[in-house]
Design a protein around this ligand. Structure first.
Ligand code: C2E
Ligand code: CA
Ligand code: CA
Length: 722
């Protein structure tokens, strides 16, 4: 412990000496012979002095004036005054000036020391007290600061619910001045919808210490504080704690009683957090493009609806919708147009439905609908019909007049499924059936459709196995000069030697293959097999003329369509002018710009291009003019119906058109003599059909070519018609 520093001030030198001698045992003592000297010493070395023993009666600056100076200069030192004669007024003045005690001369050593000890002790206590007070003040300031600058609204309501304290933040956030709240009931700021929950938090005389917590109480700002007419609302999450008075506690520390006096409430603004939670929730359950529910929300609603329907023994309808040719719009007019189209489709669909129905978008151009009150299949059908008709109304988007159609599948609870998954799956199967029937319509699920679907799946696996086990084979049908019967070409036609079902034509498997990448594999395989047969025949000196190969739209839409064909021709060193691509009208229609481009590239390799099944599609003249075409193949159906006038006029129109466009023409499916005679008269140059030859396996085709070769050599005539 450091010694206390004492300054003894007296004009009598002996006194100074004796005093110093007494005090030095305990304290660090300095002396001053006059008031002036004392002040000098104090200001030189301050702070650090603890106590001054001050003679009141001195020449020059006397004791009282020294104290005056101390006061003025704000020097912090305890003073004990010394005086020879007891002059009451100077002593009382000294006390007024803050002296701690008074000692009269002459004094006893013990009394002097005791007085000084006491003075120092008191000084110590005072210092502690000051420090404590400062600490308290500081912590109270801190508290206030924390409360006032808190990001939370803090207020106290009394037991009647009247505001007693409100912090700055509340003023700021609620746009009320403090005096507009204090003295008023809290209900002025509580949204009516949250009143019950607020009352629960603010009024309750809680037995336990635990604070009440509640999320989502809505407060109202002062009317007119926001630019719009409605009162602005703030969502708060609050913590409320009871305030109690007059607690009595027994010896064991148990509380015997206390009086509820109000509630202390801390409320945090969670408006934004709530809004973002709502947004996240919304995004998780909605399709952002159309604002419709997504699959997750739909499943939720459907599952609930099913359990209600089960209890009430009622029915439900699920519809699966898929736009027809949406991909075409998206690819040719761009995604923005596609998006706009989807939005207006969603709007149209909504208009066909009732409030209680659910419409969801579950994929690119796929929608599902839940009809809550479609008790009969008749109602479901009439809604589906309304949807189909409303979708096909033309609409204008970004200056494009668009016309889309939709195919709808219907499945009903409980007949067509009792779970959400089964109903959706079966509505989907029915939708595919509607597509098969020519799109732009609806179809109702049946058990047979489901069987077909299963078969479809098993065909797919069988095709895969067939490719692996070399069960496929290319057959050839000759194309013959109509006048002299010479073979001018062969069409490659795919066959499947199925281990159980026997020889299968494409009618059995092609549609299934076209639904997946299997078609590409099969198509690639046909090109390879046919080219290798042609090559072998040519090497044997046999002339089969042109090789015609059928291509599916699946193959054409591949980016490497051109490269693959050109690659194969190169590999087999086969001339492009002896290769013909057969494409149906419908395959040309989808994504025609890209297709035209690809066909032009192939044309540059001198590859021939023929339109297959011509007359059955709706290809426009302008499209035909844009294409680098060589041939039209008149569809078999017109040849078959040749006896009717209308078919004849169609064939004649096609023949005219071919002439006009300078295109070659082939008639296929020619079986009868009268057909052949008619076609000859029409000057159709090439004939394909059973009248000359069926489709033949490669080996038989080779034999036919050999026969014709020797025949030609002998007589100059070739295949003879009947
Ligand atoms: P398509 O291109 O119109 O082929 C002509 C079809 O008519 C062939 O049926 C052929 O056997 C048949 N046919 C030929 N002459 C006559 C006749 O005088 N009378 C009758 N009633 N029919 C005749 P096939 O081989 O069953 O092929 C059916 C369709 O499958 C083809 O129609 C073609 O579109 C497609 N196809 C065949 N092979 C392939 C292929 O390798 N790739 C692709 N993508 N499609 C193929
Ligand atoms: Ca063909
Ligand atoms: Ca054809």
């Amino acid at each position: 412990m450091t010694q206390s520093r004492i300054l003894v001030v007296d004009d009598e030198p002996e006194l100074l000496l004796s005093c110093k001698a007494i005090l030095e045992k305990e304290f660090a003592v300095s002396t001053a012979g006059s008031g002036e000297q004392a002040l000098q010493m104090l200001s030189d070395t301050a702070p650090g002095w603890d106590l001054m023993l001050l003679d009141l009666n001195m020449p020059g600056l006397d004791g009282l004036r020294v104290m005056d100076e101390l006061h003025k200069r704000g020097l912090d030192i305890s003073v004990v005054v010394l005086s020879g004669e007891v002059a009451f007024h100077s002593v009382s003045r000294a006390f007024q000036l803050g002296a701690f005690d008074y000692i009269s001369k002459p004094y006893e050593a013990d009394a002097l020391i005791n007085t000084i000890r006491n003075a120092l002790k008191k000084r110590e206590l005072e210092k502690d007290f000051i420090q404590l007070r400062r600490q308290l003040e500081r912590s109270e300031r801190l508290h206030r600061f924390m409360i006032e600058s808190s990001p939370d609204i803090i207020f106290i309501v009394d037991k009647e619910g009247i505001f007693r304290f409100v912090n700055d933040r509340a003023e700021e956030m609620l746009a009320y001045r403090k005096d507009e709240l204090i003295g008023h009931h809290y209900s002025v700021i509580v949204d009516p919808a949250s009143r019950a929950r607020a009352a629960n938090c603010f009024n309750e005389r809680r037995a336990s210490e635990r604070a009440a917590r509640d999320e989502e109480i809505w407060l109202l700002c002062k009317p007119g504080s926001a630019p719009n007419l409605e009162r602005r609302r703030i969502a708060i999450e609050l913590n409320a704690m009871g305030v109690y008075e007059n607690e009595t506690i027994n010896e064991k520390g148990e509380r015997l009683q206390r009086d509820y006096s109000g509630t202390y409430v801390v409320a945090r603004d969670v408006t934004e957090r709530l809004a973002s939670q709502k947004l996240i929730h919304y995004q998780a359950y909605h399709d952002l493009l159309t604002g419709l529910p997504n699959r997750a929300l739909f499943m939720d609603r459907l599952t609930t609806a099913i359990s209600v329907a089960r209890r009430q023994n009622s029915k439900l309808t699920v519809m699966f919708l898929d736009l027809d040719r949406f991909k075409f719009v998206n690819d040719s007019l761009g995604h923005d147009t596609g998006d706009a189209l989807l939005k207006s489709v969603a709007e149209r669909l909504k208009r066909c439905l009732r409030e209680c129905d659910t419409l969801a978008r579950i994929g690119g151009d796929e929608f599902i609908v839940l009809l809550q009150q479609a008790e009969s299949i008749a109602t479901a059908k009439s809604v589906a019909d309304k949807i189909v008709r409303s979708i096909k109304e033309p609409l204008t988007i970004a200056n494009h007049e668009l016309c889309v159609t939709t195919s709808v599948g219907i499945a009903m609870y409980p007949d067509d499924g009792t779970t959400a998954e089964a109903l959706i799956k079966n509505a989907d199967i029915a939708m595919y059936h509607a597509k098969d029937l020519g799109k732009d319509g609806f179809s109702v699920f049946t058990r047979e459709l489901s069987e077909q679907q299963k078969e479809h799946l098993s065909i797919e696996t069988e095709i895969r196995r067939g490719i692996r086990d070399n069960q496929f084979e290319v057959y050839y049908q000759p194309q013959v000069n109509a006048l002299d019967g010479r073979i001018v070409g062969v069409e490659a036609l795919l066959r499947w030697n199925h281990p159980e079902r026997g020889l299968l034509t494409p009618a059995f498997f092609l549609a299934v293959a076209e639904e997946s990448a299997l078609m590409i594999e099969l198509g690639d395989w046909v090109v390879e097999a046919a080219l290798s047969d042609m090559k072998a025949w040519r090497n044997a000196g046999l002339d089969a003329g042109k090789l015609a190969v059928n291509f599916s739209f699946r193959q054409i839409e591949q980016a490497d369509f051109v490269a693959k064909i050109v690659g194969a021709l190169r590999r087999f060193d086969y001339p492009g002018e002896l290769f013909e691509i057969e494409i149906t009208e419908s395959a040309l229609m989808s994504d025609s710009d890209k297709t035209i481009d690809k066909l032009r590239q192939l044309h540059a390799y001198r590859v021939n291009i023929a339109i297959d099944d011509f007359g059955t599609g709706y290809s426009s003249l302008s499209l035909l003019q844009k294409l680098p075409l060589n041939r039209l193949k008149i569809d078999r159906s017109f040849i078959q119906g040749l006896r009717s006038d209308s078919d004849r006029s169609i064939i004649e129109a096609i023949a005219h058109m071919a002439k006009g466009l300078k295109l070659d023409m082939v008639a296929e499916g020619v079986e009868q003599d009268y057909q052949l005679r008619y076609l000859r008269k029409l000057q159709c140059p090439v004939i394909q059909g059973f009248i000359y030859s069926h489709c033949l396996p490669a080996e038989a085709m080779r034999k036919l070519l050999e026969e014709r070769a020797t025949l030609t050599a002998r007589s100059g005539r070739v295949l003879q018609s009947v």
